[in-house]
Design a protein around this ligand. Structure first.
Ligand code: C2E
Ligand code: MG
Ligand code: MG
Length: 581
């Protein structure tokens, strides 16, 4: 299966150089045979050649033309081993032509064409193969030249010349290979992968065989590196590679993609086979190491980058799911099930972070931030599961739960507490989202103005009208909309103008810059003024120091949130009181 792809890099003496994929080999051999065939059809320069011999030379020529054409048209599909007799046969045919022409003035003309099998033999096969083919060429040339009685000095020059051509071509082909080799592990590098993958995708598109991509990432590699230094990290990578080499069907289809990431190409493999092999790779790891693996199958019409993207998503899922596992792309059911089960088991909790009025430091509201009290992995922050929930669709159930809990808490907390709830764009794409919001506030009898929905500026397709529709409907209910992390993306201003919003939350990076000097007052001032000019309320996020709070207040920012005023905590802070101590 994998062997059918031919060579990659890893310029080991056992392998053909990377310049030797069958596509190029078949073209080179095809052209060489065509040249030989044409040469045989040229009129002999000497009429002393008998008709019988002349005919045989022409017949050899026709034979070579047929082989050459066949190679050009279909050679990339011929098994690799067939090229050994083809290249060796080339030398024998040249020798035969020379011997048949013995006695004519042009008998030695084809000598130069021995360079062709010499080039093919040394550039396209392993060193061992190259030496054997080189010897075949030299022996065939020697026999032919002796037969036509060439002077010894000419024989030596021709044989020496051929040997030099062979050695130089073979050496150059292998030097070129090193560009595609990872020096640490000896595996093919990213560049080699790109080339092989392109080729594998092309073959998959031509045939009916599958193509699987296995993307592998060592867990906590950075920690291992930090603990034992780079030498220990390198040693781990090398020992993993050594073990994997024994497991994979074709070691040259295993690549080091970067850092601690590896990619294995499996042409002709089904998803089941690839996943099984991926598990074997994990089982073959050195004792202290674990790995996360994503597997994806090529689908008709896929480009190589799309295929890699899928494997990457699966790998991400494997990591987000707790690492040390194999996840196949397109099987989100397990992940979605896990989140839904956690919801049922009551493993999600909300922490609340106070939002204070900068003018007097009193608590006016709180932002609900979701956490997952995972039975095995401890308390997980949103970065560990939100994007995952978004992809699997379980964000809708999780979001509905968050909204319900936050609204219930705000309703129970008195009449002034405002609850801010984060919602993802995925939730806003749901046409029923505004109905969910209105049902939730009605159920808990919360005044709509006491709910703020926070949306993060981020991946948003301008044509996605539903997002704007949802926001407009929510605002029509009286619920306010905040643009979260304002200024963190590239499209902040476009968001400001195209979205119906009430509040902007200035991204923490701007606030941190107040202390470090990275943010000029002018920028912050301009953001606040712009917000004010649009009639928006402004919240400064991630305020950690008194100075940051003072500067924001001075610039006219209304509200602030951050560790300086209070960290997210399980209980809703009391509203109207000065910030928590
Ligand atoms: P966000 O909405 O911008 O939330 C503020 C984040 O900043 C929170 O991180 C909070 O813990 C952190 N933070 C607060 N004050 C400070 C400070 O002074 N310094 C620093 N360095 N950080 C501070 P958290 O809880 O990890 O949440 C991260 C993001 O996850 C949130 O960013 C929000 O976008 C998202 N998120 C949280 N809960 C939910 C949810 O229920 N649904 C959705 N869709 N997204 C959520
Ligand atoms: Mg937020
Ligand atoms: Mg934010």
């Amino acid at each position: 299966m994998a062997a059918s792809l031919g060579g990659t890099s890893a310029g080991s003496y056992r392998h053909a150089p990377a310049v030797a994929p069958r596509k190029i080999l078949s073209r080179a051999a095809g052209v060489f045979y065509l040249l030989g065939g044409i040469a045989c059809q040229l009129p002999p320069g000497d009429i002393r050649l008998s008709a019988g011999r002349n005919l045989t030379i022409h017949a050899i020529g026709y034979f070579e033309l047929v082989i050459g054409l066949a190679l050009l048209l279909t050679g990339h599909r011929w098994p690799r081993w067939t090229y050994h007799p083809l290249v060796a046969g080339g030398s024998i045919l040249i020798a035969a032509t020379i011997m048949l022409a013995r006695g004519s003035a042009t008998a030695e003309d084809p000598l130069i064409t021995f360079a062709l099998p010499m080039i093919a033999g040394t550039a396209f096969f392993s060193w061992r193969g190259a030496v054997v083919h080189g010897l075949i060429v030299d022996i065939a040339a020697f026999v032919a030249m002796t037969y036509i009685d060439l002077y010894a000095s000419r024989i030596i020059i021709v044989l020496g010349g051929l040997a030099c051509i062979g050695a130089s071509v073979g050496w150059l082909a292998r030097v070129g290979d090193r560009i595609e080799e990872d020096p640490l592990t000896g595996l093919g590098n990213r560049r080699a992968l790109a080339r092989r993958l392109e080729f594998a995708v092309e073959s998959a598109a031509r045939g009916n065989d599958g193509l699987a991509v296995v993307m592998l990432d060592l867990d906590h590699f950075k920690a291992a590196n930090d603990r034992g230094g780079h030498a220990a990290g390198d040693e781990l990578l090398v020992s993993c590679t050594r073990r994997w080499r024994e497991v994979v069907p074709h070691e040259r289809l295993l690549f080091r993609y970067g850092g601690d990431e590896f990619v294995l190409l499996l042409p002709g493999c089904s998803l089941g086979e690839a996943t099984e092999l991926a598990d074997e790779l994990r089982a073959g790891l050195p004792q202290e190491a674990t790995a996360s693996i994503g597997v994806a199958m090529w689908e008709r019409g896929d480009s190589s980058s799309l295929l890699m993207g899928r494997a990457d998503v699966a790998l991400y899922d494997a990591k987000a799911n707790g690492r040390n596992q194999t996840v196949a792309y397109g099987d989100p059911s397990q992940a979605a099930r896990e989140i839904e089960m956690a919801l049922k088991a009551g493993e999600f909790v909300l922490h609340y972070q106070p939002i204070v009025a900068l003018e007097d430091g009193t608590v006016r509201g709180a932002e609900a931030l979701v956490r997952w009290q995972h039975p095995k992995r401890g308390l997980l922050g949103p970065s560990e599961f939100i994007s995952h929930a978004e992809r699997t669709g379980s964000i809708h159930a999780l979001g509905a739960w968050t909204l319900d809990r936050a609204v219930a808490a705000a309703a129970a907390a008195g009449t002034t507490m405002v609850a801010s709830v984060n919602v993802s764009i995925t939730e806003l794409r749901n046409p029923a989202f505004s109905k969910l919001v209105s049902a939730t506030i009605e159920r808990h009898h919360l005044t709509p103005r006491r709910l703020i929905v926070e949306v993060t500026e981020g991946v948003y397709d301008e044509h996605d009208q539903q997002v704007i529709t949802s926001l407009t409907e929510i605002r029509a209910l009286g619920v306010r909309v905040a643009l979260d992390d304002f200024g963190s993306g590239w499209s902040s201003l476009r968001w400001l103008t195209s979205f119906p919003i009430d509040v902007i939350k200035i991204d923490g990076s701007f606030v941190h810059g107040i202390d470090s000097g990275a943010t000029s007052f002018e920028v912050l001032n301009a953001i606040i003024r712009l917000g004010k000019a649009l009639g928006l309320s402004i919240v400064g996020e991630q305020v950690e120091t008194e100075r940051q709070a003072a500067v924001l207040c001075e610039l006219g920012c209304d509200r602030a949130q951050g560790y300086y005023f209070g960290r997210p905590a399980p209980d809703l802070p009391a509203s109207g009181l000065p910030r928590p101590a």
